[in-house]
Design a protein around this ligand. Structure first.
Ligand SMILES: Cc1cc2nc3c(=O)[nH]c(=O)nc-3n(C[C@H](O)[C@H](O)[C@H](O)COP(=O)(O)OP(=O)(O)OC[C@H]3O[C@@H](n4cnc5c(N)ncnc54)[C@H](O)[C@@H]3O)c2cc1C
Ligand SMILES: *[C@@H]1O[C@H](CO)[C@@H](O)[C@H](O)[C@H]1NC(C)=O
Ligand SMILES: *[C@@H]1O[C@H](CO)[C@@H](O)[C@H](O)[C@H]1NC(C)=O
Ligand SMILES: *[C@@H]1O[C@H](CO)[C@@H](O)[C@H](O)[C@H]1NC(C)=O
Length: 537
């Protein structure tokens, strides 16, 4: 039965991924209800590293990166006896084996003299998760999200018309919420995933760590390094800074420590005890790597840790991957709920996002930080370049034309050259006299055809008139001017008459190397397929 008010999307979990989902959905005008079991926030700051791609997504949502990492920033980890004792060596995330820096062959390849490629307008950012979440929540509320705490989901039902989430509220009363679709952003121990009996696979549980979160002025001894492996005969631990005076020390043993033992161990890790020290909280920490066997069951979608629990790593595959999930899903839900696209579009979520999580799972164990945990469930594989993993993981799905399994699963943007299934390359352009990154033009929730040739104008106008999905035209050299000697044809590997079709999330859906004999017919066919439009040819 058609109803006049659209049913909301229900999001379970108001942590990093649930709040990001709500913000993405509300920014597309989709009514959203978030149900969260807890009354307050987690006491632990948890993740801190948010990657360039994540900051790009937040930029498109109107969140400014107030504290970008320096341009050539590499997250170094120092291996030390103690903070103020002997420093042994440093390692970077890319290292496949640990060895002292001095033993490394000096890199003298010609690339070192050419300037580093800029793949993004945004840099990574160090924001403690407990500072980021309130920002996301405030914006989501401003854009109309309905966030309800002390609402614990206990069951999910779905039928042809929608989903029903049953919760118990603060008074223990049962309440039912009806929605069109449901996003399970309820974390590693996802109630939704368990109710739906979706299994997970992967390396599994590796180690249980105990941790202590404390405040102390250690910066005076860190030489700008934010992560340390502490190596003493009777203390193997990991020390990480939240860059706001808070630190986490994680023990790789199962010893139970009381408050005074915790203080002594922190002093031992620092190598002195003449500094003020405030213990904030302690916790248990599980190192786990598991990916759900499917990210979709009917009208229910898994996102974030509910879909893939990946151990914290310097590539930022844990928390960041979940933010990218909901960015991929939100515009699709918006298109389907507004009637522009048919529900089949939603099947591309699992097809596009699950392989991303699986590859990230495997790449974690190829690197030195985790290869001690490598086992038969996680075949080693080749290490893929960090920039390729961050900016160049390819999507394959029914919603993309010209991308298939024969392609490598990740490459750097300048090696992809506009390959469908990859995110559109970053460069600066002039639009209405203003210098803007391509991200600000094409990653804004609308479909755009980009070309240097006006032979596509008529085709775009004709689609705009007949299809349920609106299409914009970016005329390179006219409405959009290139800068810095950038070359559109080279960046997209098309000829002067060629074109690239950009999705609402900035991914390239299709590309024509040159204009076909009947661009109107061609573009109609292409749009019908990749946008799953409900009307048109
Ligand atoms: C101590 C700690 C340190 C971490 N450090 C890092 C790090 O350094 N780097 C990194 O990348 N990641 C780190 N992580 C992981 C990171 O925090 C997660 O990847 C991220 O929080 C995932 O977000 P999420 O929203 O998917 O899930 P979660 O943050 O787990 O949130 C799930 C939410 O769902 C709610 N919920 C669960 N069940 C229900 C239910 N039945 N009904 C209603 N609500 C429910 C929960 O209360 C919670 O708010 C850390 C995690 C922890 C615990
Ligand atoms: C590790 O990095 C720090 C900070 O950049 C530096 O001071 C130190 O010399 C490095 N140590 C080694 C062994 O490279
Ligand atoms: C995730 O959940 C599994 C099983 O529910 C558990 O074994 C593991 O320790 C959990 N991991 C984390 C990081 O909480
Ligand atoms: C397509 O239609 C939208 C509104 O539906 C409009 O904003 C846009 O300018 C049109 N684009 C073209 C190329 O006609």
């Amino acid at each position: 039965m058609p109803s006049t008010t659209p049913q909301p999307v229900i999001v379970i979990g108001a942590s990093l991924v649930g709040l990001s989902a709500a913000l993405c959905l509300c920014s597309h005008g989709v009514p959203t209800i978030v149900l969260e079991k807890h009354s307050g926030k987690s006491q632990h700051p948890r993740a801190i590293g948010f990657t360039s791609r994540t900051m790009e997504i937040y930029r498109t949502l109107g969140i400014e990166n107030k504290d970008p990492a320096p341009e050539d920033f590499k997250l170094e980890r120092a291996h030390v006896q103690s903070l103020t004792g002997k420093w042994n060596d440093n390692s970077s995330w890319s290292d496949t084996e640990r060895r002292p820096k001095a033993e490394k062959p000096r890199e003298q390849s010609p690339q070192t003299s050419t300037p580093k490629k800029q793949y993004s307008v945004e840099r990574a950012s160090a924001i403690p998760q407990d500072k980021l979440e309130p920002m996301l929540e405030a914006l989501a509320l401003e854009r109309g999200a309905d966030i309800r705490r002390q609402h614990r989901l206990i069951s999910v039902d779905q039928d042809q018309g929608g989903v029903i989430a049953t919760v118990t509220d603060a008074d223990g009363k049962e309440q039912k919420f009806r929605g069109s679709y449901l996003i399970a952003a309820d974390g590693n121990r996802s109630t939704v995933r368990e109710l739906l009996q979706i299994p997970r696979n992967g390396r599994g549980h590796m180690q249980t760590l105990s941790s202590v979160l404390f405040r102390a002025p250690l910066e005076q001894w860190t030489k700008g390094v934010v992560q340390f492996d502490i190596e003493q005969p009777d203390l193997k631990a990991f020390l990480a800074s939240y860059s706001d005076g808070r630190w986490a020390l994680m023990f790789k043993d199962a010893v139970d420590r009381d408050e005074s033992a915790l203080r002594d161990t922190i002093y031992q890790a620092v190598g002195r005890s003449d500094f003020p020290l405030e213990i904030i909280t302690t916790g248990r920490w599980e190192l786990t790597a598991l990916v759900a066997d499917t990210f979709q069951s009917g009208r229910v979608f898994l996102a974030g840790d509910a879909a893939h629990t990946l151990p914290p790593n310097r590539g930022g595959y844990g928390a960041n991957t979940g933010i990218h999930d909901v960015h991929n899903l939100a515009w699709k839900l918006a298109a389907v709920l507004s009637g522009k696209s048919s529900p089949e579009l939603l099947n591309t979520y699992d097809a596009e996002r699950r392989p991303i999580a699986l590859l990230r799972h495997d790449q974690i164990f190829v690197r030195a930080d985790y290869n001690v945990h490598l086992d038969t469930a996680t075949p080693a594989g080749e290490k893929i370049d960090d920039d390729a993993m961050e900016f160049g993981q390819i999507y394959l799905s029914e919603g993309l034309i010209g991308a298939d399994k024969s392609l490598p699963r990740a490459k750097k943007p300048d090696e992809w050259n506009g390959q469908p299934g990859t995110h559109m390359p970053h460069f600066w352009v002039l639009k209405d006299g203003e210098r803007v990154p391509t991200l600000d033009l094409f990653d804004q929730g609308a479909w755009t055809l980009v070309s240097e040739s006006d032979q596509w104008c008529e085709a775009v106008s004709s689609i705009n008139e007949t299809s349920s999905v609106p299409l914009n035209f970016a005329h390179v050299g006219e409405s959009v001017q290139l800068m810095h000697g950038d070359d559109f044809q080279k960046s997209f590997a098309v000829s002067q008459s060629g074109a690239a079709l950009i999705r609402p999330d900035g991914y390239i859906a299709w590309r024509a190397k040159e204009v076909p004999s009947n661009p109107v017919e061609m573009l109609k066919k292409v749009m019908a397929k990749v946008s799953f439009s409900t009307s048109g040819p």
